[in-house]
Structures are given as C-alpha cells and as structure tokens.
Design a binder for this molecule. Structure first.
Ligand SMILES: [Zn+2]
Ligand SMILES: [Zn+2]
Length: 283
C-alpha cells in the first residue's frame, strides 16, 4: 500500500466518529507564524456546545519505529496549525523515548497496521499477500461453471495481489487453496489443472484436452453460490423465478431458473426473445 492510502485509511478510521464534528483529510492550513500553508494528513473539528476543539492526526506509514524526532516534528506542526490535540497513527510502533516524550506532551500514539488500514479502504479485500509485505489480494473472480456431462456446477474463487499479481485460488470441491506465481501450474485434488498465464487464471478440467480461461466467466449473483452450496432459502430466495445464464465447461452457455422449492429448471424452449420456462398451474 502507499502512504496516500494509509493517510486515507487513517481519515476513514476517524470518520466513524464524525457525529461529534467534522473530519477532513489531506488539507492545507496556514502556519500561524509564517502564514505559509502546511499540509495536514487528517484534521478533526469537534463541536462541544458552541466551542470547537481542533485535532491534528498525523499518519505515518513506514518501516521504522517512530523516534523522538518524529514526535517533535508532529508536535511542532500541531502548534503551527493551532491544534488543540495531536495524535500520531503509525504502522510500525515507536521507541520508548518517543513514547515518554509523547506522554509528556499529551500526544496520543496509535498503531494501525497495514492490514487494518487496507480493510478500511479496499473493497473486495480477500487477505494479505504471502509474498508482499503490506499488500493484499483482491478477490476479483468467483462464480460457477456448469459441467455439461455431470450436470453439476463447478465453483471457484480467485483473486490477485495488488502488487505482485500472484493469483490465489480456492477450489471448494476439494478444498485446495494455492498461490500461482508467474507460469505456475497446479493440479488440485479434483485433478483439474490450474495455471497462471500472464495475469489470467486458466483451468484444464479433468479429462479435457485444453486449458480455458476461468477468471473472465459470466458474473453470477452471489445468491446462486449460496444455493449451490446448499444454504437455506433465505440466502437465495431472491433468485426464485429469475433467469440465469451460466457458462459451461465446454464453452457454451446455458439458461437456468431456480424454482420456489429450490429445484433447478432448464428452458422449455429458446427463441430470439430468450428462454421460456413453463410451470403447471397449481390448484
Ligand atoms: Zn503480492
Ligand atoms: Zn479441486
């Protein structure tokens, strides 16, 4: 992650308390002595009756622990912009002298590690990358493929690290989870072969002759995955009577419809208007 993202995450963290006032991030405030603008990571204004209490929050995304000099610098910035309260949020802790100095100066020190910061700003964050420090994997592909011969659905989850682009995948059928680097291949317990081809995830299904790309298959509502995984109806009830188009393992696509009792129907006929399903009238 970048320091800009860390700054944004720090702001997001404080925005949770915005009912007490106003939180801004990455703003300029004039130095009370020189009049020159100073950059402030996060600035809080807390309203108490008709008083305003101001707070400077400095976000420090770094490898090393904070030392006294860092705390002094932020303290000086706090004085320059007339903050009533100063806090430092850091990704990597502080030295003992820095803590003593901060205590004497009533400066709060807080830790927010990169994972906590990424949780606040990255949608679809899956987990942290095993190879990269401070980076996470985004789940950017999941879904179901209809296996024409068996009539079963094959489900997968996969994603990429934002930094190294390694691909992580999970095959729920056998429970395998793997990381693919560069042009790695891996055979899961189902005997499907998974392969990373540049930034694409490929799969060769057991018994098939060739690989096909799997991370670009049609998006499927998450409720369908709940249905396929046998969850109770409240998880997938919304899908009843809606038509789903699902890619098959042989490169075709197939329409389906989920019936109120959780059954699966295929179209009675297909024309230019799309699929039609017939149901007997119940008396
Ligand atoms: Zn990585
Ligand atoms: Zn498998």
């Amino acid at each position: 992650m970048t320091w800009q993202e860390y700054q944004l995450a720090t702001s997001k963290f404080y925005e949770k308390f915005e009912s007490f006032g106003k939180i801004s991030h990455n703003i300029l405030i004039p130095d009370r002595l020189t009049g020159q603008n100073r950059q402030v990571d996060v600035w809080g204004e807390i309203y108490v009756g008709n008083h305003i209490v101001t707070m400077l929050i400095d976000a420090k995304f770094r490898k090393d622990k904070l030392d006294i000099k860092d705390v002094e610098e932020v303290e000086a910035l706090g004085r320059a912009v007339k903050a009533n309260k100063v806090a430092i949020v850091t990704s990597s802790g502080w030295t003992e002298p820095a803590e003593k100095y901060a205590n004497l100066s009533s400066i709060d020190l807080r830790i927010m590690n990169p994972e906590q910061a990424l949780d606040l700003i990255i949608e679809n964050k899956w987990f942290m990358c095993y190879s990269c420090k401070d980076e996470c994997v985004i789940m950017d592909s999941d879904g179901a493929i209809y296996q024409e011969d068996s009539g079963l659905f094959f489900i997968w989850y996969s994603g990429k690290c934002r930094n190294c682009k390694d691909i992580y995948f999970h095959c729920p059928a056998c429970g395998d989870r793997k990381i693919l680097e560069k042009n790695d291949k891996y055979k899961c317990d189902c005997n499907h072969i998974w392969k990373k081809n540049k930034d694409e995830l490929m799969i060769k299904f057991k018994g098939f002759k060739s690989f096909q790309r799997i991370d670009n298959k049609k998006k499927i509502p998450v409720e369908f995955l709940f249905w396929a995984n046998g969850y109770p109806k409240e998880f997938w009830g919304r899908l009843v009577f809606s038509t789903l188009e699902i890619d098959t393992d042989k490169g075709n696509s197939q329409y389906f419809l989920i019936t109120p009792d959780g059954g699966l129907a295929t179209p009675d006929y297909l024309d230019e208007d799309g699929p039609s399903f017939f149901f007997p009238i119940q008396y």
